[in-house]
Design a protein around this ligand. Structure first.
Ligand code: BYC
Length: 481
């Protein structure tokens, strides 16, 4: 078996030679029924008998890894797929820089690595739980198919982390893998580990914003873990990134299509005031100010996922060679950062200022900056969509101090433009910056399913091209009778 092609002879498709690794194969086979129970009870509600036009990874060859076919979701072949091993790969950063990449985990780093793998693993099922009910209000079969594609792949990403836990962490790993099926998004007793993954995803605008902003954090974190000196983690994250790209595409094009519909409806009806919410809503579309509010919410929740700006956890993960920076190997510096500094936004005497901090402890800040730049490029593309319609409205990223619960700005109240204010004023202004209950009710009123091929809900444009180049009237989901 080559590392490129996937072995489908075992219950768990893989390219890691599971047939010869009986202990791990058996451990995973024991975990499998619990996973399926979780999928059936916490995965997409309904639609488990529908035939969904999904892509499944059949190889890790970048040129042709996906095969599209109709499949019922519970029969999706969740597999363990690692990118090919790079001959002679060395650790690219930290105190072990230049040493051969590890194929086993050095004893002293086990606990630190386990924490990173468990946090990564925890986010994957969490997002599926958050999106559980969205199929019922899908604006088209095309969108429904994309939702389910994202869901099954997040399920596969959970498998990817569970494989690492079973293979390299023995009994501790098996216990952690079990726990990953026990925690629940939004639960009071056993919540998911990171804040954003306990928030609701109540409607499709939230889903698209989530896949734009939160999956983009996933991209940044996976890129950093793909640099890891622990080679199996690096290889598994590299392959996950190929799937992640589609998730961000779903988010970016989803929001883009909503913006397009709103702006075109405004043009057709002659609505000129971009702040006239009622006039826009009367057209059956989502008004532009509410789009900005949802953006503010999802960006600020996702910023929290980067941890504290100054973090010894992050410094330790970097020093020990476990988690690097975004595209580490493309950065031109010494990759050990012992003497370097990095500008960090901090509160100094009640003002927000940039202060130089040791670059090692500022690793989270740097990744967050790279993330913000990547988000900004996406916002620019959305603004082009608006600009082409001639509507004078532009979306903006709020200030990083706005609406934060983790890090330097968790203790202060700031407006979207970064002015610090007291909590009373902030509370009074909050509904003009973040979606209010009334905004939520309005969006909910639009969330009616559209299940006819080639048709789309009133508030979203059709996509420009189909998935797998299928024509506009393609039936992406065949709903069970
Ligand atoms: N919520 O030193 P600190 C994805 C905790 S998304 C709650 O500041 P550190 C996906 C932290 O655990 C990518 N708690 O932070 C997207 C620590 O607690 P303990 C997921 C938080 O460790 C869409 C304490 O605060 N992957 O893949 O430097 C769909 C102090 O921590 C939060 C990863 O994140 C929070 N937001 O950085 C599906 C990669 N933030 O341990 C999937 C792995 C911090 O003292 N994780 N805390 O009790 C990491 O690299 C790091 O752990 C973090 C935090 C970036 C998360």
């Amino acid at each position: 078996m080559s590392v490129i092609n996937v072995d489908y002879s075992t219950k768990i498709p893989n390219n890691v030679g599971l047939t010869e690794d009986r202990t791990v194969l058996r451990a995973l086979e024991r975990w499998h029924p619990g996973y399926l129970d979780w999928w059936m009870s916490r995965g997409p509600d309904g639609y488990q008998d529908a035939l969904v036009y999904l892509r499944t990874a059949v190889s890790v060859d970048p040129k042709g890894w996906a095969k599209f076919d109709y499949i019922k979701m519970p029969q999706y072949r969740w597999g363990i797929l690692l990118a090919p091993q790079q001959e002679g790969r060395t650790i690219p950063f930290g105190t072990h820089k230049g040493e051969p990449a590890w194929q086993e985990i050095p004893g002293e780093y086990r606990a630190m690595l386990r924490r990173l793998v468990v946090i990564q693993g925890d986010t994957e099922p969490a997002s599926v739980e958050q999106q559980r009910y969205l199929g019922k209000t899908a604006p088209s079969l095309y969108d429904m198919r994309n939702l389910f594609q994202v869901n099954v792949e997040e399920g596969r990403h959970l498998w990817a982390m569970v494989y690492i836990l079973h293979k390299y962490f023995g009994r501790d790993g098996r216990e952690e893998a079990e726990e990953l099926l026990q925690r629940r998004s939004g639960s009071a007793d056993k919540p998911r580990m990171l804040g954003a993954f306990n928030e609701a995803t109540p409607d499709w605008l939230s889903f698209f914003m989530f896949t734009f902003f939160t999956d983009r954090d996933g991209k940044m974190q996976l890129e950093s873990l793909a640099q890891s000196g622990f080679d199996p983690l690096s290889r598994t994250c590299r392959f996950m990134l190929t799937e992640e790209a589609h998730h961000m595409f779903v988010g970016e094009t989803g929001v883009g299509r909503i913006l397009q519909r709103t702006c075109e409806a405004m043009k057709e009806a002659g609505v000129e005031d971009v702040n006239d919410i009622q006039a826009q809503r009367a057209l059956g579309v989502i008004d532009l100010p509410t789009m900005q509010k949802k953006l503010n919410l999802h960006y600020s929740l996702s910023l929290d996922l980067f941890g504290s700006e100054v973090s010894t956890n992050a410094a330790n993960s970097f020093n020990s060679g476990l988690k690097g920076r975004f595209q580490e190997t493309k950065i031109e510096d010494d990759h050990t950062l012992e003497q370097s500094s990095y500008p960090v936004l901090k509160l100094v005497d009640g003002e927000i200022k940039r202060v130089d901090e040791p670059a090692l402890t500022a690793i989270n800040m740097r990744l967050r900056d790279d993330y913000t730049a990547d988000c900004q490029r996406g916002i620019d593309r959305w603004n082009k969509v608006i600009e082409r319609t001639g509507i004078p409205f532009r979306l903006q990223l709020p200030h990083v101090a706005f609406h934060r619960r983790i890090g330097e700005f968790a203790s202060v109240c700031a407006s979207p433009t970064g002015e610090l204010m007291d909590s009373g004023n902030w509370e009074r202004a909050k509904d003009s910056w973040l979606p209010s209950p009334a905004d939520g009710d309005f969006i909910a009123s639009l969330m009616r399913p559209q299940y006819e091929p080639a048709k789309f809900a009133s508030w979203i444009e059709a996509p420009r091209v189909g998935i797998d180049n299928k024509p506009g009237d393609f039936e992406y989901v065949k709903l069970a009778a």
